[in-house]
Write a protein that binds this ligand. Structure first.
Ligand SMILES: Nc1ncnc2c1ncn2[C@@H]1O[C@H](COP(=O)(O)OP(=O)(O)O)[C@@H](O)[C@H]1O
Ligand SMILES: [Mg+2]
Length: 367
């Protein structure tokens, strides 16, 4: 549960820090969400997503709290719509629906990280771009249900078919740039370990930039939350404390997503999620991912509001092990053996660094 449901006072300070005008200081959580969406009240589905955009939707992913569909926006760009039911009493995928207060957590963090592409001192494009935000009311549109069924037939869904929502059900739609394919679904499709090394470099750089600007910890950076897409760009730049650096892309760009457990601070205001009592999260077995939740808890003593950037390093360690165990299309040419050795050395040494920033500055692989 997010332990930050901004009260009126912190909300207006946060708004000031976010340099967004806050005209009415006395807002309910619902009104705060509507304000974020630029709405006065929930709209109808078809007012937010025009019929021809609905028809073109394809389900591309799912999580416990949301379904994700791709479609095109008004400029013709492909976008990803993350659709999350809120405030209802119906159980969805075995869980209570999020409240407006809880969804504000994901909205604020998505906005902040998306805005890192415009910052003067610490700048990165590697966090997914948030394009638009809506709050709608109504049962699930048939076009989305059709897309849901096609995904279920082709890939199998772990979620409940979202056909049981009533007319008064509320949803938040986060409209993101299309970020590519997540690493879990990229297994076997990427060219070589040389690409894996660039991915790790791009993720480390993004985390370092966000640590410096926002005291950010992702806290859930498993391979479903790292997207990759192909690019013709040879290099990719970022700014760390006012200094420009660049990474060789090796033909791929990374986008980091899914901030449901993330933590950041703006001035002295912390936005975090208190998972101290979420027993299930700490009981997982069978993948190094599940150890990471326990390791994070060991390091922060189960206090999830403070800044412990070493959790980002734990996730880099995990990602390196995943990238080393994935399948690649080709051997990766002459450099492949050297690259495997480099990544193995990274795996053996990265835990000594206190943060992604320290790892970026000191790991021989990134120099
Ligand atoms: N912007 C995006 N571009 C492409 N695919 C996405 C995007 N956002 C989410 N996805 C896909 O949807 C899946 C679930 O989205 P995510 O935000 O991780 O939801 P959850 O919080 O429920 O895990 C991701 O693993 C990914 O496959
Ligand atoms: Mg996810």
């Amino acid at each position: 549960m997010p332990d930050f449901t901004p009260n009126t006072h912190t909300w207006s300070r946060l708004k000031a820090a976010l340099s967004v005008a806050c005209e009415d200081a006395d807002l309910s959580d619902a009104e705060k969400v509507y304000a974020e969406c630029g709405q006065q009240h929930p709209l109808l589905w078809e007012e937010c997503i025009l019929p021809h955009r609905m028809k073109r939707c394809v389900k591309i992913g799912e999580g416990t709290f949301g379904e994700v569909f791709s479609t095109v926006n008004t400029s013709g760009d492909t976008v990803a719509l993350k659709i999350i039911p809120v405030e209802g009493s119906e159980i969805v995928n075995g869980e209570d629906q999020k409240t407006f207060g809880e969804i504000l957590h994901e909205i604020i963090i998505s906005k902040e990280l998306s805005s890192l592409k415009e910052k003067q001192q610490n700048q990165t494009h590697s966090f997914i771009g948030l394009r638009d935000l809506h709050c709608v009311r109504g049962c699930y549109p048939p076009d989305f249900l059709n897309a849901w069924d096609r995904f279920d037939q082709q890939k199998g869904s772990e979620n409940d078919r979202p056909d049981f929502f009533e007319n008064d059900q509320l949803f938040i739609i986060l409209e993101f740039e299309f970020g590519g394919i997540d690493l879990e679904n990229s297994n076997g499709t990427m060219a070589s370990l040389v690409v894996a090394k660039s991915i790790l470099h791009q993720v480390t750089a993004a985390l370092a930039v966000a640590e410096e600007e926002l005291q950010f910890e992702h806290r859930d950076l498993h391979w479903g939350n790292v997207l990759v897409k192909t690019t013709k760009l040879k290099t990719w730049s970022f700014l760390l404390n006012g200094v420009t650096h660049s990474v060789e892309t090796k033909g791929v760009l990374v986008r980091i997503i899914d901030y449901s457990l993330s933590r950041l601070a703006i001035d002295d205001l912390t936005v975090s999620c208190d998972i101290s009592k979420d027993e299930e999260l700490f009981m997982g077995q069978g993948d190094y991912q599940f150890d990471i939740y326990r390791l994070m808890r060991q390091e922060n003593g189960n206090n999830w509001s403070n800044f412990h950037p070493h959790t980002n390093v734990l996730w880099l360690h995990y990602l390196c092990s995943k990238l080393l165990s994935m399948k690649y299309r080709g051997p990766g040419g002459r450099g492949a053996k050297d690259t495997r050795e480099e990544l193995t050395r990274f795996y053996d040494n990265v835990l000594q660094y206190s943060s992604a920033t320290e790892a970026l500055k000191n790991c021989p692989m990134f120099q």
